[in-house]
Ligand binder design. Sequence first.
Ligand SMILES: [Zn+2]
Ligand SMILES: [Zn+2]
Length: 183
Amino acid sequence: MKCPVCKTTELITGKLDENLNSLNCPDCGGNWIRGAEYWKWIEQHGSELAERVHETESLSLAEPGLPIDCPECRFRMVKYLVGRGLGFSLDHCQGCKGIWLDRNEWDALKKRNLHDDLNTMFTSFWQTEAHREARKKRMVDIYISRFGADDYTEIKRIRWWLDTKTNKEELLAYLTDRDPYAA
Ligand SMILES: [Zn+2]
Ligand SMILES: [Zn+2]
């Protein structure tokens, strides 16, 4: 079977984790998990691990890639956002349920204990949340580029402070009035 990213490289049989068989690409470092293999592993893996929220990401991940076709059944695979602060997507084949991970993505998921949540990740519930998070991140980036990081921090603080006040409208009027002392 050929790597869906490199196209001509043959995938090599290996393991991604204890009891989890995978096919790995020696060129791009991507991993293919057959749908049935993941389910088998989930059953053996036992109870789900609690998410580790505060692990920081230091692994080198692949740049977001183009759509790819399933190496087994040739279906165009669907990209699913991981979310939860991780900026990459997984490719999932809706035909054979296989999963493609680019290099280091399994380890990045594992660091956060999200590697046993892939089945949940492919639900619309998870995806709605992940897309909402991605939109928010885009807005934050826009504000930072407009205001600069320091001013963005400051204006967020002021906004939070205003939200705690019952006379917020009055305070805002004072702020935006060109000459608040010209009664
Ligand atoms: Zn490859
Ligand atoms: Zn497939």
